[in-house]
Design a binder for this molecule. Sequence first.
Ligand SMILES: [Zn+2]
Length: 102
Amino acid sequence: MPTINLGKRKPHDESGTNRKINKSRYNTPDWIALKKAKLLLNPVCEKCNDAQANGITHNKKYYPTNGPIDEAFYNIDSVISTCHQCQIDEHIRLRKEAGRIK
Ligand SMILES: [Zn+2]
């Protein structure tokens, strides 16, 4: 019987584990409610003030770690409304600040 070689699966690395943790944190009723409330309060992107916000991201005062979620994680004062492009830019900036990327 012919077989298809799919190659070896990559073992889970640290970043894969973190991605799973992060995904589960942002796919919760708390996060979805926070996003809805924040977008109602600030419908325009707070970074560029030029586009409709369609997401939220943690602001400079709060940087989420991979440890246990603290009280500020889902606090409305810990997030800003962002358009898609500013959300990407903000995440890159935060990762650079945290030394995760250069
Ligand atoms: Zn923007």
